[in-house]
Design a protein around this ligand. Structure first.
Ligand code: MSP
Length: 697
């Protein structure tokens, strides 16, 4: 038996954020769950590297499209390693890139097959025609009238409803896929396989979209319009539509159309896949992709499962365009990986949208992990250390000790806890198979609560004072430790590090990654096992300080070169940096010692004036608590009146090498957030009174 799970492949034009991490965490959890049961599993994630958006991002960054893709992939590699999602940590099996030569071969093969195919209505599946329409580059799709904002005057283009950016008018020769002939076949597919599109609400949505009638799909662009992509076989003047190219990655990755890749992975072995996607891209996966496969005679995926979106605490979808994303380096710096994984799976009811806020993450980490599972683990193991000389005690209560146990309110038989655990495990696994992770975790935390209650009721610390209660004490501690073992096995796919750590502390040698939770049996924890060193599994997170530290990190991290670089330098303030560049330092995780090299100080603006013939620059003198104020140049003249700055508290990088610009010396740099498309600078400042020269840490 094999299993194949995929995430979407992410656009290589910007750096990933929590939304992207989330689908990877879900896929990783599913893959680990399968592997734990001994199922040979293949987990794909990767990047979507072609198309006009990547070309544009590359242009903005003065890179070639390939360099742009490599840059983003470099970040992905670091990030997936930091979050334990890469191959080395038992995560994905392939990081798929659509620029891989085997992908070109495979996707060309799929195109050729479709080019030869007839639709169910007996017409060619592919034909050449002319397309005219409004195209949204960031969405990489044509927009119909109800999908754009109509312009106020006739000489303006309409704007995309999602991005609010102007649409491009596209009129050119194009290959069309005759999607309109596949409506009945698609409807039959949804009908005959109720689990094909999940959850059910999404299946209904897809079904009514198809039942409403399908339009043929333009599947190529002229090479003169989009050159960065896979050429259409036998017609190199055309480039394949980026979604045709991208969707096909799911089969080329495992060997479709390329013998060598087939040999390494195996199409027959692993296909069909479970596709995990955000609801934003469901139509591509549940309508276009199955239609392409129908035309090419390739079997359909196992299922397409759409999850909801992460929204910010005010309910807006998290996206780079809105600037409300949760950045991965901040998450990684302040939270244990397992806490993030737990939060993602516990907080988002699968299929619905989920709200993400740092405060919630801290609260859940402290209540469910530090005080919940973590505390159960520490108290159990510490007591075994203290009362049982660090060895797992016997769980049996002999006949002569039964009365004493009863007196202490402890059941002599372990039947009740055993059947409780078995039932909880079965429910947990059923929810897991339905991808109802939130429910599954609730069930597991029911187990934590029960074990906690057992300890609180039995009061082992009192039992320890009474030699006649020795067996009762042992039995309570055994039951608690055995419950912990069950929890570690069940929770491994969700929190691999913590599960391993609990097993280590329990003194277990077996690899929990290979322990099938279906096979858990009460009593599997051997009496006499020497436990490992006891340590907190989930340290508490101090809320106020951490929230402050996160705020500081975010303020400094969003400052980009555009706000300090004066006109005429390499990056003028009018120049838009892509998301990939907007967050310097994000591309690689730094050590705290690296950060400590930067001396940030509170400054007060004493004077501010414009500089002749430099319309972007202001000349400032700033008091940073030194005997003389510093002279600084800042590229903010288009956004701030000099007079409005006088007396204002700002943040200054105090140990930056001074440099001369337009004949003036700049002795440092001020910090500002870069907002919106044009990178409008917004000065970093303080809500409370702070003395000049105070150091930011
Ligand atoms: N390149 C296409 C997918 C091609 S798949 C053949 C694409 N890329 S993307 O970079 O925009 O990533 C889309 C996916 O990222 C979403 O479907 C979802 O899985 C994930 N998310 C991006 N933002 C998200 C949230 N705010 N919340 C949850 N997931 C989100 O579309």
């Amino acid at each position: 038996m094999t299993f194949y799970v995929t995430t979407p492949i992410y656009y290589a034009n910007s750096l990933p954020h929590l939304g992207h991490l989330y689908t990877m965490v879900v896929a990783d959890t599913i893959a680990r769950h399968q592997r734990q049961q001994g199922v040979e599993t293949f987990f794909l994630t990767g990047t979507d590297e072609h198309g006009i958006n990547i070309e544009r991002a590359a242009q903005r960054n003065k890179r070639t499209p390939q360099e742009q893709a490599d840059f983003v992939v470099g970040y992905f590699e670091k990030m997936t390693a930091a979050f334990g999602l890469d191959q080395a940590h038992g995560g994905y099996d392939i990081f798929m890139r659509t620029t891989a030569p085997f992908h070109y071969e495979g996707v060309s093969e799929l195109w050729r097959r479709i080019a030869k195919a007839q639709t169910p209505k007996g017409r060619p599946a592919l034909y050449k025609g002319h397309y005219e329409g409004w195209f949204c580059a960031p969405c990489a799709e044509y927009k119909t009238e109800d999908e754009y904002i109509k312009p106020e005057t006739s000489d303006e283009p309409p704007r995309c409803l999602v991005h609010e950016t102007p649409l491009d008018r596209v009129s050119e020769e194009s290959y069309f896929f005759r999607l309109s002939d596949y409506d009945q076949e698609l409807l039959d597919l949804y009908e005959s396989r109720p689990d094909f599109v999940r959850p059910e609400s999404r299946r209904n949505e897809v079904r009514s979209f198809v039942a409403g009638g399908l339009q043929d799909l333009s599947v190529s662009r002229l090479r003169t319009s989009v050159s960065w992509g896979v050429p259409v076989p036998d017609d190199p003047n055309h480039t394949m539509y980026v979604w045709f190219d991208a969707l096909t990655n799911y089969i080329t990755a495992i060997g479709f159309g390329n013998e060598q890749q087939e040999h390494v992975v195996g199409f027959e072995k692993f296909w069909p896949a479970l596709h995990l996607v955000g609801k934003d891209i469901l139509r591509f996966h549940a309508v276009y992709w199955p239609a392409f496969l129908l035309a090419a005679g390739v079997p359909q995926p196992r299922a397409i499962v759409a999850h909801g979106m992460w929204v910010d605490p005010t309910g807006r979808k998290m996206s780079k365009t809105l600037g409300n994303t949760i950045e991965l380096d901040v998450l990684n710096r302040f939270f244990p990986i397992d806490a993030i994984r737990y939060f993602c799976l516990r907080e988002m009811v699968f299929g619905q949208d989920g709200r993400f806020g740092y405060a919630n993450l801290i609260d859940r980490t402290n209540s469910d992990l530090a005080s919940g599972l973590g505390n159960l683990s520490s108290r159990t193991l510490t007591m075994i250390q203290r009362y049982c000389e660090g060895r797992i005690p016997s769980g049996l209560i002999a006949d002569e000790a039964r009365l004493a146990a009863k007196r202490a309110g402890v059941e002599a038989e372990d039947a009740a806890i055993r059947s409780f655990l078995e039932h909880a495990r079965d429910v947990f696994l059923r929810y897991f198979d339905e991808l109802a992770f939130s429910r599954a975790l609730e069930e597991a935390w029911g187990v934590v609560a029960r074990a906690d209650k057992m300890i609180s009721d039995a009061k082992p610390w009192d039992l320890a004072k009474d030699p006649s209660q020795r067996q009762t004490l042992n039995a309570v501690l055994y039951r608690s430790a055995e419950t912990l073992r069950w929890l570690a096995v069940m929770l491994y796919p969700v929190m691999p590090d913590a599960a391993r750590e609990i097993c280590r502390q329990l003194g277990l040698k077996d690899d929990v990654a290979r322990f099938d939770p279906h096979k858990l049996q009460w009593g599997g924890l051997p009496e006499g096992t020497e436990i490992g060193e006891v340590k907190p599994v989930f340290p508490r997170i101090e809320k106020t300080n951490t929230m402050n530290d996160i705020k500081t990190t975010e303020t400094t991290a969003t400052a980009d070169e555009t706000s300090q670089a004066p006109a005429g330098s390499t990056k003028g303030s009018g120049q838009h940096a892509t998301e990939a560049d907007a967050v310097p330092g994000v591309a690689s995780f730094i050590e705290i010692t690296d950060f400590a090299k930067i001396e940030l100080r509170v400054g007060e603006v004493r004077t501010a004036e414009r500089i002749p013939k430099a319309d972007k620059l202001l000349l400032l003198t700033v008091d940073i608590g030194e005997p003389q104020p510093r002279q600084l140049l800042a590229g903010i003249a288009q956004y701030y009146e000099p007079e409005s700055l006088i007396g204002r508290k700002i943040v200054v990088v105090a140990n930056l090498k001074s440099r001369k610009l337009r004949g003036y010396e700049s002795q440092g740099m001020l910090l500002a957030a870069s907002v919106g498309e044009e990178g409008k600078p917004v000065l970093a400042t303080f809500a409370e009174e702070v003395p000049n020269g105070a150091r930011l840490k």
